[in-house]
Design a protein around this ligand. Structure first.
Ligand SMILES: [Zn+2]
Ligand SMILES: [Zn+2]
Length: 253
């Protein structure tokens, strides 16, 4: 389950440092030997999205099905989703820490878990990674884009360029929680503007996918601007079957 060493340069010096300063698991505070801040036991206990829809990442009830009902009848603009975790338990806390606090370690961790899943999926890798942009207003209020924090370790590990410009989010970005699928589709319509032509295969990176309305709209815009294929890599997927509380305190929006 643990990913291979990221670089050949993990040499004797680093081995000595691990021995001298053993790693502490972020979840159980035990020392361990590993690469991604969480021991094997805690890693095994994370809420994994075991049987996702291959197209939209929606958790499915059994492994025999490849596509959810919606993707069979009304597929989204993107081709494929990789969403290794479910948005619940500690994953929800990590995502909130990344969005509203000092969640750099959590972002690093989610980025590395996502990298592992991408490697395990064995798909053709994209030409460029695009963190889902925030509006300038939201970026100014928050101070950072959580999608970019997650995308950075992925870009580094997979050696894929990261594009932070070329598409902008415009208008007013309103909280979408509690909205129906149809309302979300309507509220993101026209939310993105490209600032150049696009080519090749793109992977959009984000922290959480709820209905997929935002990434589907962004994929539609990039395909319209010339991209040949758009995939979606998100750390966590909301399980639409479960009643998941996606609310955050008023002061943190
Ligand atoms: Zn642990
Ligand atoms: Zn689906």
């Amino acid at each position: 389950m643990l990913p291979p060493r990221e670089k050949e340069g993990y040499n004797h010096c680093m081995g000595f440092l691990d021995w001298w300063f053993p790693r502490i698991c972020k979840l159980c505070n035990q020392t361990f030997d590993g690469d991604i801040d969480v021991c094997r036991h805690c890693l095994a206990a994370l809420p994994y999205n075991r049987w996702p829809c291959q197209r939209c990442g929606l958790p499915l009830p059994q492994p025999a099905i490849d596509l959810c009902q919606r993707c069979q009848t009304k597929p989204p603009a993107f081709t494929r989703t990789i969403a290794p975790l479910l948005f619940q338990d500690m994953i929800r806390d990590w995502v909130h820490a990344i969005k509203f606090g000092n969640g750099c370690r959590e972002a690093q961790l989610l980025g590395r878990l996502l990298t592992t899943s991408v490697r395990q999926a064995g798909d053709v890798l994209p030409d460029v990674l695009v963190p889902v942009p925030l509006t300038l207003r939201r970026l100014w209020r928050r101070g950072h884009n959580q999608a970019l924090l997650i995308a950075q370790p992925i870009a580094k590990a997979l050696e894929i360029p990261l594009c932070r410009t070329g598409v902008r989010r415009v208008g007013r970005q309103r909280p979408q929680r509690g909205q129906t699928r149809k309302a979300r589709d309507q509220s993101v319509r026209g939310a993105f503007r490209v600032t150049r032509e696009w080519h090749g295969h793109v992977a959009l990176i984000d922290d959480v996918m709820t209905t997929g309305a935002t990434v589907s709209e962004l994929a539609r815009i990039l395909l319209g601007a010339g991209a040949s294929r758009v995939d979606v890599w998100v750390a966590a997927r909301v399980d639409a079957r479960a009643r998941v509380d996606t609310r955050v305190p008023e002061s943190r929006r």
